[in-house]
Design a protein around this ligand. Structure first.
Ligand code: FPP
Length: 264
């Protein structure tokens, strides 16, 4: 059976296409770039901040749907290390929104067994927000349901740079030899060390790029793009992305299920 949330469920169970998903191969880790909030609002003649509020509604629905579908990890890109370049007003609004989101959602997420994690340079955020993040992580640490991994002040390059700094420090102290460094060493020093790599990476809003998101981890992720802006992204779009994902032939550099390589 699909797992149902207590309280108001997402509309995922009433969505045409649900029966087309193969339950045994639902992606373990889905990563989403929550893009297009500002453009969504501007098209309606509203301030960009309205779009971010609407984006939180989408996040709420997609978290429920992902949990109900049995996804293990959902990583949502909420603010990049480059997003500080946005106008101060928008940045301040977003920081308040993250804080508000934690206040309003934590109880329901916790009751539904969701583990909340954050990745990124959290120590550069306002101290009050840092405390809320620490509390949310600590409170939900032992939950065994969906891992909701929120990327805030996150950059893939900064993450790899940080890993290199920690590793070279270990080499300098003699705790590690250069020849002992493998792919796994790098992996183990990323924010996502304990998590599987994303299987499916979704970017709404029409841009076809990854914008510094999970650079190392996405080496073999399947990409799914749509023109729909994030506030219009519904469980039915998540279902469609999963159906399309399940039709892909993931070879990881090897051969496909029938033993034939497409280019040979
Ligand atoms: C990357 O594109 C997109 C993101 C880091 C997500 C941005 C989303 C928000 C700021 C809204 C937060 C979400 C909620 C639900 C409040 P980019 O615009 O940073 O990069 P680009 O310049 O390459 O497009």
């Amino acid at each position: 059976m699909w797992k149902k949330w207590f309280g108001k469920s997402s509309d995922v169970f009433h969505t045409p296409g649900l029966n087309l998903i193969k339950r045994e191969s639902v992606p373990r880790h889905i990563a989403i770039i929550m893009d297009g909030n500002g453009r969504w609002a501007q098209r309606k003649g509203l301030l960009r901040t309205f779009g971010h509020r609407a984006g939180v509604e989408s996040l709420r629905d997609i978290v429920k749907a992902a949990s109900e579908l049995g996804v293990k990890v959902l990583t949502a890109y909420a603010f990049s290390t480059e997003n500080w370049k946005r106008p101060d007003e928008e940045v301040n609004f977003l920081m308040s929104l993250f804080s508000e989101y934690l206040d309003s959602e934590i109880d329901e997420l916790h009751q539904n067994d969701v583990q909340i994690k954050f990745i990124g340079k959290i120590d550069e955020l306002a101290v009050t927000l840092q405390h809320k993040i620490e509390n949310a992580q600590a409170r939900t640490l032992h939950n065994g349901g969906l891992i909701l991994n929120l990327a805030v002040n996150y950059g893939g390059r900064a993450e790899i740079t940080r890993a290199v700094q920690i590793i070279t420090e270990k080499v300098a102290t003699g705790a590690l030899k250069p020849e002992e460094i493998t792919d796994n060493t790098i992996q183990d020093h990323l924010y996502t060390a304990a998590l599987p790599d994303p299987d499916l990476l979704i970017r709404p809003s029409g841009d076809l790029r990854i914008s510094n998101f999970l650079l190392w981890q996405s080496a073999y992720a399947e990409f799914w793009f749509t023109d729909i802006n994030w506030p219009d992204f519904k469980p039915k779009h998540l279902i469609q992305a999963i159906i399309d994902y399940q039709k892909r032939d993931r070879r990881f550099g090897g051969v496909n299920k029938d033993g034939a390589h497409r280019f040979k």
